[in-house]
Write a protein that binds this ligand. Structure first.
Ligand code: ADP
Length: 496
């Protein structure tokens, strides 16, 4: 589709992950797909990422742009170099900021938000990329920032780099993918940043209880703030989900928008998925999923009994994901007629929990690690996909599960509440099972409902088919972002 010249926007997306180049969580899937979808709508879209040591330059065809910048930070001159490539299966340019000591040397994307070096890395990333824009001839109408690590761009753009906003039509969009991670640090970091402390370190800027808070900077300085589901946009204005920023978000509610995530239907397609032992579509789901389930059970040394459903999880092993509820019902889980297979990595206590359950139970297995190919096989093999999250901004796991005909069992929060409708509450439209109170009892009761549902053999195939036709494609969401960009351009310019 093409867009008339006057409505063609120059969009710069700034992020810390984009699949398949660098991925740890859902934001990578978003940044791997959204730019391509926006480009297909006719916009000029570019993406900026850090150049992590884990990004193989040969595999991804990285080339030098010739743009080298010296940035004064932390009392010394730091040299950054910009490399480029395109997002696979597209012509969308990706620019990668290279700084060997802070990014190249690290295979992991994040060092943990409670480290000073983590602050230094992303401050340099933000300042360095802004300084590189003129040399790269990038004059954006929209600068779309994502999560705390890229929020310093907003602080620079409202102060030392305000001239960059005036060259294009210069509006800032900030997306909260997860409000929990705020990038809080003591204000001495500002001395290293090149930011004018007097201008930014106050209640209307990035100060929060005496600390620097980059998430707050993003929310305060952006023209519009978005988050990745409508429900989460509401929830974060409340004490329970606001992580201390609920009042600020409530003040900014007229500029706060929820736009749901989609998934890439080419990457996530059981009919063409090379990672699967058996490919299938909605017509052949029963046989196809059974073959995939048999393969997973064999790999995890579980008996292949079709009367016992396979429940899977693919998740970061962190508190957010409801793992404490699973821990609480572990004794009952061992006795339920189901198999649970978990793929995940994260906090040591949860890794230990699942290792222990694998060693001591007949029906629970885990693979501790990050393995994209295995994740595809677990979505395909699953009868149910479990996400009992305490909170979930958008959630991609449940969308991928639906696409692969795995019935989601979720806690009704954030994006999970927006995308999964309980089959008992709505037998006609329902596409999964959900519970509201964040309690072990509610989770257990819902797993028991899942077992009863699985026992209804005549009803089951239609439920799998209904899951598979759920429209989670990006197109509607990409159009919502494009509409928002146009709306934000009509807003008055925010003063420096
Ligand atoms: P979050 O962004 O909070 O991690 P989402 O559900 O939005 O949660 O996205 C998680 C994404 O990361 C999904 O694509 C999921 O398949 C993937 N993922 C999570 N953990 C793993 C893992 N251990 N191995 C492979 N993929 C994983």
């Amino acid at each position: 589709m093409t867009t008339p010249r006057e409505t063609r926007l120059h969009i710069l997306l700034v992020a810390t992950e984009a699949a398949p180049l660098a991925k740890e969580g859902g934001i990578a899937d978003v940044m791997g797909s959204l730019p391509i979808e926006l480009a297909q709508l006719g916009h000029d879209v570019r993406l900026f990422l850090p150049r992590y040591g884990s990004i193989d330059p040969k595999r991804w065809g990285l080339t030098q742009t010739g743009c080298v910048r010296t940035v004064w930070m932390g009392g010394v001159d730091q040299t950054v170099e910009i490399w480029s490539t395109t997002l696979p299966r597209s012509l969308v340019p990706v620019y990668l900021l290279d700084h060997e000591p802070l990014f190249g040397r690290h295979k992991r994307l994040y060092l943990g938000q409670d480290q000073r070096d983590e602050q230094r890395r992303f401050l340099l990333f933000c300042r360095g990329l802004l300084e590189a824009l003129p040399a790269l001839d990038i004059v954006p109408d929209i600068i779309h920032l994502n999560d705390w690590q890229t929020a310093p761009c907003a602080a620079y753009l409202r102060t030392s780099h305000h001239h960059l906003l005036r060259q294009g039509r210069g509006r800032i969009v900030y997306t909260i993918h997860n409000l929990q991670y705020q990038g809080r640090w003591d204000p001495t970091i500002l001395d290293e940043s090149g930011l004018d402390r007097d201008r930014v370190f106050g209640p209307a800027g990035l100060e929060y209880w005496g600390d620097v808070n980059w998430m707050k900077a993003g929310i305060s300085y952006a023209d519009v703030v978005t988050t990745v589901s409508r429900r989460y946009a509401e929830e974060i204005q409340t004490l329970d989900y606001g992580w201390g920023l609920d009042e600020l978000l409530t003040q900014r509610r007229s500029r706060l928008v929820g736009i749901p995530n989609g998934i890439d239907w080419d990457t996530w397609n059981p009919a063409t998925d090379d990672d699967l032992p058996a490919r299938y579509d909605a017509m052949s789901a029963a046989a196809g999923k059974a073959a995939n389930r048999t393969a997973v059970r064999r790999a995890f040394q579980l008996p292949d009994d079709p009367s016992v459903p396979l429940v899977t999880m693919v998740t970061r092993l962190v508190d957010q994901k409801g793992l404490d509820l699973l821990q609480e019902i572990a004794p009952q889980l061992r006795a339920l007629p189901l198999h649970l297979v978990v793929l995940g990595t994260g906090l040591p206590e949860y890794e230990a929990l699942f290792r222990d359950l694998t060693a001591t139970s007949d029906n629970i297995r885990a693979h501790i690690g990050f393995d994209v190919a295995l994740s595809h096989r677990l979505y395909a093999a699953a009868d149910f996909f479990l996400m009992p999250s305490a909170f979930e901004p958008g959630g991609l796991g449940q969308l991928i599960a639906l696409r692969y005909g795995a019935v989601p069992v979720v806690r009704a929060t954030g994006g999970l509440a927006d995308t999964v409708t309980d089959i008992d509450a709505d037998p006609v439209q329902g596409n999964g099972l959900s519970f509201v109170p964040y309690t072990a009892a509610a989770l257990l009761e819902t797993l028991n409902r899942a077992l009863r549902l699985y026992g209804e053999r005549e009803r089951w195939p239609s439920l799998v088919a209904r899951a598979m036709v759920y429209d989670s494609r990006w197109s509607a969401s990409a159009r919502a972002y494009a509409d928002l960009y146009h709306r934000v351009l009509r807003l008055p310019i925010t003063a420096a």
